[in-house]
Ligand binder design. Structure first.
Ligand SMILES: Nc1ncnc2c1ncn2[C@@H]1O[C@H](COP(=O)(O)OP(=O)(O)OP(=O)(O)O)[C@@H](O)[C@H]1O
Ligand SMILES: [Mg+2]
Length: 243
């Protein structure tokens, strides 16, 4: 049985795809068989963050609608023993997809993989239902900013309605100086505003930005504070630990 983890957010651009790519990379580096499924339909970019954009032929919609077999849509990241990507459909793909399709897709993928990581969308439209339908754990990525936290809380309430019990927040793009000066909410403020477990915080760092633009998961740079921090966060999420 594989573990299925969906990554979502309230506001856009909080770092979901960055987090999904690096979580996948770390788990694959740990010897697990991992598949990343990009469910940000029309706005895919996980392929770019993994440097696989030129290798995509089929996408998740092609699998679900029977245009191709799952194996044909799995793109291997050759830097890892077992890390694969199933890309999202490009813009204007009108094919219908339901939460049931997602359940079926993930039950097939779970025959081959230990971890299925779904890179979801932002907001509370139907894309959220699709992205989290098969998930046993959901991670909400938010920034340390009042609007982003409020939107994360709105998404969290939807997740509660959908019966998702295992829910974590990752606070990304943190500027420690602004946090220390009380200009943005502190960790204590955030944990009192959100009713979910905080798995960890990630600082804003130009190296993260540069790595995503180069198609390199930043955790490949072993021994850096970023890699150690990501490792701790991922461990908490997969082992069900509290911050
Ligand atoms: N900790 C960080 N430090 C610096 N830059 C970051 C950090 N986290 C994310 N970014 C940058 O922020 C941008 C948005 O990140 P990303 O695409 O992962 O967000 P997203 O939530 O997936 O966005 P979308 O809602 O569009 O899917 C990217 O350019 C990424 O490199
Ligand atoms: Mg994204």
């Amino acid at each position: 049985m594989s573990k299925i983890i969906s990554i979502v957010s309230g506001k856009g651009g909080t770092g979901k795809s960055l987090f999904a790519a690096n979580m996948g990379a770390l788990l694959a580096m740990g010897g697990h068989r991992v598949v990343l499924v990009d469910m940000d339909m029309g706005l895919r970019n996980l392929d770019i963050y993994l440097g696989l954009e030129n290798k995509i032929v089929y996408n998740v919609m092609d699998v679900i609608s029977g245009v191709c077999r799952i194996k044909q849509a799995l793109v291997k990241d050759k830097r890892f023993k077992s890390l694969y990507l199933v890309s999202a459909a490009p813009p204007k793909d009108e094919r219908d997809i339901t939460p049931l399709h997602m359940d079926v897709l993930c039950s097939k993928l779970s025959e081959e993989f230990d971890y299925i990581i779904i890179d979801g969308c932002s907001g509370i439209h139907e894309g959220l239902d699709l992205a989290v339908a098969p998930a046993d754990t959901v991670v909400i990525v938010t920034e340390a900013e009042i609007a982003s936290i409020r939107d994360a809380d709105i998404v969290d309430r939807e997740l509660v309605k959908l019966g998702k019990e295992s829910r974590y927040a990752v606070i990304n793009k943190v500027n420690p100086e602004l946090m220390a000066r009380g200009i943005v909410p502190s960790l204590a403020d955030i944990s009192s505003d959100l009713r979910l477990n905080i798995a960890g915080i990630i600082q804003y760092d130009d190296n993260v930005f540069i790595a995503t633009n180069k198609g390199v998961p930043i955790v490949l740079k072993l021994g850096t504070y970023i890699e150690r921090n990501f490792s701790k966060i991922v461990k908490r999420i997969v082992e069900g630990d509290r911050y």
